[in-house]
Design a protein around this ligand. Structure first.
Ligand code: FMN
Length: 142
């Protein structure tokens, strides 16, 4: 089994609806291909962790890299793994943008994400780096 994590910049300002559509498609497809993971959208930045059979994950990553909804896709860690870190998540998602930043909901989101970061027992270095990057992102941007 294999995992990778990357970061990229959104090319537009995706609405909640855009993100819901992206996620519905991703969940359905990932489920069929046995891919699990998590996607975070925060103030114009995506970070995603993917895990599954290596050929499936790499094939998906090739598609994702070509997607015009983001650019500057930067792979920052990958690993061969024994077991999944996100077995129940066909694709988890959390998101926030400048329209929602500063609202009660977004503060709630940040708090929950911080908690999740602290509580997630990462079984491999890629998952650890994903959560560390997520935490850095939400604490360094307002
Ligand atoms: C940030 C980001 C994350 C994505 N994550 C996934 C994913 O986990 N699974 C997936 O199938 N597509 C994902 N996509 C969409 C793919 O890039 C691509 O549009 C889609 O897989 C094409 O599917 P199709 O060949 O069925 O049209 C993502 C796109 C973006 C911009």
């Amino acid at each position: 089994m294999y995992t990778l994590t990357y970061e990229s910049k959104s090319t537009g300002n995706p609405t909640v609806r855009d993100m819901e559509e992206l996620m519905a498609h991703a969940r359905a497809r990932n489920h069929l291909e046995g891919i699990t993971g998590c996607l975070i959208y925060y103030m114009g930045v995506f970070i995603q962790v993917l895990e599954g059979e290596k050929c499936n994950v790499l094939r998906l990553f090739e598609r994702i890299k070509k997607d015009k909804r983001h650019s500057g896709v930067h792979l920052f860690s990958d690993d061969e793994i024994e077991e999944r870190n996100f077995p129940d998540w066909a694709m988890g998602y959390c998101g926030i943008d400048k329209n929602t930043s500063g609202t009660k909901e977004s503060e709630h989101f940040k708090k929950n994400l911080s908690l999740l970061v602290d509580l997630s027992a990462s079984k491999n270095i890629t998952a650890k780096l994903f959560w560390r990057r997520a935490k850095f992102l939400i604490t360094s941007t307002n």
